[in-house]
Design a protein around this ligand. Structure first.
Ligand code: SAH
Length: 231
């Protein structure tokens, strides 16, 4: 069965957004994955359709109400075993490893926070896995959810034209990727490194490996120590 994404959001009109373009858009049109959005506000029961309230203990901003959000989550996850994710800057930073695991599954239910965030009791009570896309604060979970989906969808079977191009990518081997070049042979006085036009595939592989290691050491030494399973 194709990967199914269900988004819980106050801004369903933001979707599919850029996911409707390019590879993910074609894959969506083909049915290689599906996307549906639930409007959290549809699960309110009061006359004013209230989704947020002031933070207990005081302070700035508003908090998504647990009762409304829990109802939306329960609706989405009825008879459903997909992982329930909450986009959140407090979450575990997203990695290519987690992206691969999610892509191998049936899909995901993704909650997009707004305001100051969501009531802790719904995170605990509905066992939401908090996922962060980086150490910075967005105004809402929607762009984060789209980024997560973009990363998942591009590795679904049949989505990426040249399947091989996924395998040497940054992070896949625990390293950043080597530099790329294409024609012209000379650009602004700079030549393509000779080894790449030598036709010697063993030498090319070696050069790429060395460049990848050098780049990783310089820019992301944490990748070298964080991943002892690296070959
Ligand atoms: N007060 C919160 C930030 C709220 S930002 C805090 O300091 O932790 C509003 C919403 O945007 C969040 O609920 C979350 O869904 C989303 N969001 C913001 N930054 C994010 C990030 N780096 N990764 C994933 N989601 C993020």
């Amino acid at each position: 069965m194709a990967f199914r994404a269900t988004i819980l959001t106050l801004y369903p009109e933001m979707f599919p957004g850029f996911l409707a373009q390019s590879l993910s858009g074609k894959a969506l049109a083909r049915g290689d994955w599906s996307l549906d959005c639930l409007q959290i506000r549809d699960f309110t029961t009061d006359r004013h359709r209230t989704v947020d309230d002031t933070p207990a203990g005081g302070g700035a901003g508003m908090v998504l109400k647990p009762d409304v959000l829990a109802k939306a989550i329960d609706h989405a996850s009825e008879g459903d075993n997909r992982p329930r994710l909450l986009m959140s800057p407090r979450g575990k930073p997203l990695t290519q490893k987690r992206v691969r695991e999610l892509a191998a599954g049936e899909g995901a239910i993704i909650v997009c926070g707004r305001f100051e965030g969501v009531d802790q009791r719904v995170i605990d009570g509905r066992q939401l896995e908090e996922v962060s896309i980086g150490d910075y604060i967005l105004s809402g979970g929607e762009p984060a959810a789209m980024i997560l989906l973009d990363a998942i969808v591009r590795i679904l079977p049949g989505v990426m034209g040249n399947a091989l191009s996924g395998e040497h990518e940054s992070f896949e081997g625990g390293l950043l990727e080597h530099p790329h070049y294409t024609r012209p042979q000379v650009f602004e006085g700079q030549e393509i490194p000779g080894v790449l036009t030598s036709g010697n595939h063993a030498a090319i592989d070696r050069w790429r490996r060395e460049e990848a290691e050098k780049l990783t050491r310089e820019r992301r030494p944490d990748l070298l120590t964080d991943q002892p399973f690296r070959k």
